[in-house]
Design a protein around this ligand. Structure first.
Ligand SMILES: [Zn+2]
Ligand SMILES: [Zn+2]
Length: 215
């Protein structure tokens, strides 16, 4: 690194600290920490709102609490098999359409340094093959997609069990759709939740954003 770029980096930090001070924070680090806390709070609020609106886990047929996702599209909920089979005649068309929206994930090739930077604490050093740890528990799950805060390419994708994790590019067809969905989210939080399935060792994601989760 040249000394001039060092200087400009230091100046940038100084400038950011000044702005943070003007807003009543000790430093840009303090500001970022508060910002992250608020992001979490907003996600929780948004989730509570979704719950109240009854859009989370409501059986499509009888409106009671649905704990099971449709086994075709995974995007609608049922309380059990009976309601799902009774509702099939109504849901069949949408189900087929939704299934077509799942797109195969193109994994982003990364340098070693970047892979280390994003490795997630608990599962560090796990053997991931095509973004899937040997023997993931489930073949379908919600994934969290995070946009890099520094604007660099590569969105981090992982599931709650952390046995699936990889990065995808904004430039891929699926990556573009997912990024748009996250950015159009009214909270403009740089992350979103999506449904993903694994078929024949390949990852597929439905680029329709889901209500936020708490993890
Ligand atoms: Zn039901
Ligand atoms: Zn369905």
């Amino acid at each position: 690194m040249t000394s001039s770029s060092n200087t400009s980096h230091e100046e940038q930090i100084k400038e950011m600290n000044k702005e943070a001070n003007a807003m009543g924070f000790d430093s840009i680090g303090h500001y970022m920490a508060e910002f992250q806390k608020n992001v979490k709070k907003m996600a929780n609020l948004q989730r509570d709102g979704a719950k109240m609106a009854g859009v989370l886990k409501t059986c499509r047929k009888c409106q009671s609490v649905g704990e099971k996702r449709c086994t075709g599209c995974f995007m609608v909920w049922y309380c059990g098999r009976d309601c799902q089979s009774q509702d099939w005649v109504n849901h069949k068309g949408d189900c087929k359409k939704t299934r077509k929206n799942y797109e195969e994930v193109e994994l982003l090739e990364m340098g070693k340094g970047y892979a280390t930077a994003i490795s997630l604490d608990q599962k560090k050093g796990c053997d991931f093959h095509h973004g899937i740890r040997t023997g993931p528990k489930a073949a379908q799950f919600v994934v969290k997609v995070q946009i890099a805060l520094d604007g660099s390419d590569g969105m981090l994708v992982y599931n709650k069990d952390r046995d699936v994790q990889y990065t995808i590019s904004y430039k891929s067809s699926l990556g573009k759709k997912i990024k748009n969905q996250i950015e159009n989210n009214f909270m403009s939080i740089p992350k979103g939740y999506f449904y993903s399935i694994i078929r024949d060792g390949k990852n597929y994601i439905n680029p329709q954003i889901l209500p936020p989760e708490t993890w």
